[in-house]
Design a protein around this ligand. Structure first.
Ligand code: ZN
Length: 309
């Protein structure tokens, strides 16, 4: 079975050279270049049904299979459509309740599945020694810069590339580091209560390579953000975007296609940081997700759903 999946994945990679699909939605990052098409390694379903697998937990991520281009609704919220292979990504935020309803709609017909979402415990984490202007900024010029950078980030999040990076599973972006901050912790920064920590912190020396956890297209690459230092966004498709904060060096540009394992830059300590680390983040549409959960959940979901019909 493993050999079969390897063969299918190879086929998926080899298919990446052809021109873009005509129905590929336009996105800020894909307008100026050709985008690899959706691989067709798994024959799509023909009858409307939906099945999902992955991490059904607060901050969790999963995959669903339905018919190509079915509209997806998660908890009643329109969440794009399945791709040309009938795959969709789903995710659950930190405060998600005990049940999730995932629905596929096509031509006035619908299919729904309900999943139990496991609650998580989040610790309180106190971080001291941060530059104070990254906790309670007051300088008008700095506030203006923060507004400008927020607009840049919003633009980077608008991208929904017609890609299937999440079918590859995710690998850790930094090898040999030490996890110093978990996702979802309630944080007190320099003594001031702050928003939850939506990152997974991996401490490693400045200059340690950061690798793309899966293929995608770069939708933001800024070397010097106030809060984030060097910052990169990668759009993996279906609304799944990963972020890399506090980088000391950027090796890619907006619009670049990256492959799994490709070095995108290096660990740094700039922005709201007390020392060198990668703060790794993941967003699915408007929901903050735990990227560390994706390391196993995406592989498991693909394996489970590829076998289903
Ligand atoms: Zn962090």
């Amino acid at each position: 079975m493993r050999a079969l999946f390897a063969a299918l994945l190879l086929a998926a990679c080899a298919a990446g050279e052809a021109p873009a699909q005509p129905e590929a939605p336009a996105s800020p990052a894909s307008q100026s270049q050709s985008v690899p098409p959706i691989p067709s390694a798994y024959p799509p379903r023909r009858m409307l049904s939906i099945d999902c697998a992955g991490a059904f937990t607060q901050g969790g991520v999963g995959l669903c299979r339905t018919i190509p281009h079915a509209q997806i609704f998660v908890d009643g919220v329109a969440s794009g459509e399945a791709d040309a292979g009938g795959w969709a990504v789903i995710g659950f935020n930190r405060e998600h309740g005990a049940e999730a309803h995932v629905e596929a709609r096509f031509n006035g017909v619908n299919a729904v599945q309900t999943y139990t979402i496991a609650p998580r415990q989040f610790d309180i984490q106190r971080v001291n020694g941060l530059p104070q202007d990254t906790v309670t900024p007051t300088d008008p010029a700095l506030l203006e810069r923060i507004r400008r950078e927020a607009a840049l980030k919003a633009h980077g999040f608008e991208s929904i590339a017609p890609l299937e990076g999440w079918l590859e599973g995710f690998i850790l972006p930094v090898e040999g580091g030490v996890v110093t901050g978990h996702w979802g912790n309630q944080r007190v920064l320099n003594g001031t209560p702050s928003t939850p920590h939506f990152g997974y912190d991996i401490a490693a020396p400045v200059g340690t390579p950061i690798r793309a956890p899966a293929s995608g297209v770069v939708t933001l690459a800024e070397p010097d953000m106030h809060y984030e230092g060097g910052l990169i966004f990668i759009d993996h498709g279906e609304g799944l975007i990963t972020m890399y904060l506090h980088m000391s060096r950027l090796d890619v540009h907006v619009g670049d296609h990256v492959t799994q394992g490709q070095v995108i830059g290096a660990v740094g300590a700039r922005g709201r940081a007390t020392g060198p680390h990668l703060c790794w983040r993941m967003k699915w549409r408007d929901r903050q997700l735990d990227p560390s959960v994706a390391l196993t959940a995406l592989n498991e979901a693909r394996t489970q759903l590829a076998a289903s019909r």
